[in-house]
Ligand binder design. Structure first.
Ligand code: COA
Length: 327
């Protein structure tokens, strides 16, 4: 079966209170609102405050999704946190979130960078199909990992979390999925130090290697090509055409990337969800945050056919079709 009979029962989001506009950034960076808006479509983003870690954002989104589903923590069998910015290198962030919900269920992190939510949806829907109620959270505090003085990167990212509750449901459709990776050039988008190959030390921490580095132009080209090809792959696998897609909810990295993918697919821009203008790039949190936006805008109805597509460091990419059955 190409689509799994799994539904989104609930959807939730959390965005930190602090909104940072392009003009705010231009006060200490050699940049401008005009440059950022025309190159990326971003107008503002949220920054977590110093007391907040990724798990705090994740927990708030998780609670909102459970409330939305009309479920309680006790209904959850498995908790997955898709993140590339965990609270600590060890342990994973998911057990902290589970503990915040009062749970001792299976809890683990999944890191596929900005593709993490779509990867997580594939894993979670397999578990849900097998009978589990799964809470999947995409949560990031990427602003902690950027060099605030690097204008080419600091303007792009924001913090936030989004969550979904998945359960098997007759008649629901999730999939097919297309996931992929290419690890031959990891330096295209990476943080060099802090892992087993090059651990952190106090001296290294003062070095740019402990901040996110990126070759933006290369990432841009790969993002457009991979998201387009991956979207076509799931449409082909489902025997569907782009005309069958009611709404594309792509990873919200850059408005120009979303527009280029939509154009190549032949999808009218009005069928493309845009949240990057207010969120910036929230990595694994961007798609569930965009889903929450889409619903608030009245764009998600039972039966709405969604194309989710993502791209991130790794490189990683992933897409899936999903017929909205949730509230
Ligand atoms: N404000 C003003 N100028 C800036 C700037 C900023 N925030 N950031 C970079 N610039 C400058 C550069 O220094 C460069 O100046 P130079 O020509 O004097 O060297 C100039 O703007 C052009 O830089 P360039 O990198 O060619 O711009 P671009 O049009 O390619 O846009 C990105 C840069 C990062 C917006 C674009 O490459 C991009 O969106 N890439 C994908 C990034 C992404 O989405 N990553 C996450 C994927 S999950």
């Amino acid at each position: 079966m190409i689509a799994r009979a799994v539904a989104v029962l609930g959807l939730g989001a959390y965005l930190p209170d602090r909104v940072v506009t392009n003009d705010d950034l231009a006060q200490h960076l050699d940049t401008s609102d005009e440059w950022i808006r025309t190159r990326t479509g971003i107008r503002e983003r949220h920054h977590a405050d110093a007391s907040q870690a990724t798990s705090d954002l994740a927990l708030a989104a998780a609670r909102a999704a459970l409330d939305d589903a009309g479920l309680g923590p006790a209904d959850v069998d498995v908790l997955i946190v898709a993140t590339t910015t965990p609270d600590h290198p060890v342990p994973a962030t998911a057990p902290t979130v589970a503990a915040g919900l009062g749970l001792e269920v299976a809890a683990f992190d999944l890191n596929a960078a900005c593709s993490g939510f779509v990867y997580g949806l594939d894993v979670a829907s397999r578990l849900a199909e097998a009978g589990a109620t799964v809470l999947l959270v995409g949560a990031e505090t990427l602003t902690r990992y950027v060099d605030p003085d690097d204008r080419s990167i600091a303007v792009l990212f924001g913090d936030g979390a989004g969550a979904v509750v998945l359960r098997a449901q007759e008649g629901a459709e999730m999939g097919p999925f297309d996931l992929g990776s290419d690890g031959t050039d990891i330096s295209m988008l990476w943080m060099r130090a802090g892992g087993s190959r090059e651990p952190f030390d106090p001296v290294a921490h003062a070095d740019p290697s402990s901040r996110i580095g990126m070759r933006g132009g290369d990432v841009y080209r790969h993002a457009v090509a991979r998201m387009t090809a991956s979207s076509r792959a799931v449409l082909d696998a489902a025997g569907r055409d782009v005309a069958d897609v009611d709404l594309m909810v792509g990873h919200q990295a850059n408005l120009r990337i979303l527009a280029a993918v939509a154009e190549r697919l032949g999808l009218p821009e009005e069928r493309c969800q845009v949240s990057v203008d207010r969120h910036g790039n929230t990595s694994a949190a961007s798609i569930p945050l965009a889903l929450v936006d889409a619903r608030a805008q009245g764009r998600l109805e039972p039966g709405t056919r969604l194309l989710l597509t993502a791209f991130g460091g790794g490189l990683t990419w992933g897409s899936c079709l999903l017929t909205w059955g949730g509230r």
